[in-house]
Design a protein around this ligand. Structure first.
Ligand code: FAD
Length: 413
């Protein structure tokens, strides 16, 4: 049955499904409490950037698509850009803003929200849960298709000289495969054809597919029954979108494993980080204790992923650059999502995954010493990382709940 608990090793990872579920049972209540705190629930982002790739006119007008933004007066002073600006003022003077024109630094795997952006708005993530919004159809399909198309790497093929001349044709095959999936002509997802697909490219695909699965699970878990007006889990939705595709389930666990490994690698830094919650020192300490407890639980787990196997060959510098650029493009594609609420969570989660990738692939272990390098991550990145981790954690809990619902539904028949 499709609803057997998955077991055995998660492919491309160093960890099995059972371990992830055990870790998640321990971690999820801690994570859930942490993201309710002021430090983790206020997120600043620009929701109004234009779609840089096409004219997007599929704006979702449903109430469920809208985002409740915060009044400036409700935002703790410490997070406002004028205060942040003051904190970050360089000794070179107020006019010195080296990265102002830059959307990302060389190490970033995504376009990181600029905390000083005057067009940025604050949202309380707790007031804007990711769930069913009704956003669907060609606009949503086009965004997913474009995101998967970023997986058509050039460099992977270029690395193997015997395939050099096949570059154009393999790219068009790649795009054709994608079109078939999007049109529903193909039962298997793109990326299952592991032959000839290099590890890095598979990782890229699995991260995206896992995010897609996770978003679908939240839609099905908090589904609006349009007849009764009630919100609740929808087993049919889960069965058709996720339950009947074991690969899609596995990819959620894969994202989880990557996020877990990134937090584990960053553990010393995170334990030393100053979490300012807006003036209340006791609250700051409470958050610090919660983070420490969570990070200790994460580091007590066995290593879940070996990042040193990625970009390991001598000529993989170009591949790493392309991987980074394609991931950055995904964050730009998120500006094309025609539903504000979906865009908010899409952008946040790509930032969360991008932050994990930056931790894993841009910093050597020695570099992570908080006393030597205290500004490795911005508040935006830390908030995105933990909220994204929480979303995947909730997906894994939801998979277990849907499994129980399925068993109950079988008994009734
Ligand atoms: P889609 O989910 O649109 O998928 C398109 C095609 O991709 C499928 O036909 C299938 O072939 C393939 N596919 C599906 N899942 C996977 C997978 N895991 N791995 C590989 N291939 C796959 N809607 C909401 O209600 N709430 C939200 O918060 C929300 N957030 C969104 C965020 C983003 C960034 C985007 C692009 C869309 C979001 N949507 C949201 C819309 C939602 O994701 C779906 O697009 C919509 O519900 C229509 O679903 P669908 O069944 O037609 O297939």
């Amino acid at each position: 049955s499709n609803y057997c608990a998955p077991s055995g090793l998660i492919s491309d990872a160093h960890c099995d499904f059972e371990t992830v579920e055990r870790i998640n049972t321990d971690i999820s209540p801690k994570l859930h409490e942490l993201i309710k705190t002021d430090f983790f629930k206020y997120y600043k982002l620009n929701l109004f950037k234009e779609c840089p790739f096409w004219t997007e006119n599929g704006q979702c007008m449903n109430r469920a698509c809208s985002v409740e933004t915060m009044n400036k007066s409700d935002v703790p002073e410490i997070y406002k850009s004028d205060v942040l600006g003051a904190l970050h003022t360089s000794p070179a003077g107020l006019l010195f803003r080296p990265f102002e024109k830059c959307e990302f630094t060389d190490r970033d795997f995504c376009v990181v929200e600029d905390e000083n952006d005057v067009e940025g708005v604050f949202v309380n993530l707790q007031d804007n849960p990711e769930r069913f919004t009704g956003y669907a159809g060609p606009s949503a399909g086009r965004v997913w298709k474009s995101i998967y198309e970023e997986n058509c790497f050039n460099v992977a093929q270029r690395l193997d000289p015997s395939r050099k001349n096949k570059l154009t044709s393999s790219l068009s095959v790649c795009k054709n495969q994608l079109s078939n999936i999007m049109l529903g002509h193909d039962q298997t997802d793109y990326g299952n054809d592991n032959d000839e697909v290099c590890f890095e490219k598979r990782v890229y695909y699995r991260l995206i597919s896992g995010l897609h699965s996770s978003i679908s699970i939240h839609i099905c878990d908090e589904y609006l029954n349009q007849t009764t007006g009630e919100w609740g889990p929808n087993l049919d939705c889960f069965t058709s979108r996720i339950g009947s595709h074991p690969e899609r389930i596995q990819n959620i666990y894969f994202d989880y494993v990557i996020l877990l490994r990134a937090i584990s690698k960053m553990s010393h830094y995170l334990k030393e980080y100053e979490f300012c919650a807006g003036g209340d020192k006791n609250e700051d300490l409470r958050i610090k204790d919660m983070v420490t407890e969570l990070v200790n639980a994460v580091t007590s787990c066995p290593r879940t992923f070996n990042e040193k196997l990625m970009f390991a060959s001598e000529d993989s510098r170009l591949l790493k650059e392309e991987f980074k650029n394609r991931f950055r493009n995904v964050s730009r594609i998120m500006d094309c999502v025609g539903c504000d609420k979906c865009r908010l969570w899409g952008k946040l989660q790509i930032t969360g995954i991008g932050t994990a990738l930056k931790i894993l692939f841009s910093y050597d272990d020695e570099y992570l010493d908080p006393h030597v390098n205290s500004n490795l991550l911005t508040r935006t990145e830390i908030v995105a990382l933990f909220n994204t981790f929480n979303r995947f954690s909730e997906s894994i809990s939801a998979i277990e709940r849907f499994r129980r619902l399925y068993r109950e539904s079988m008994k009734v028949q």
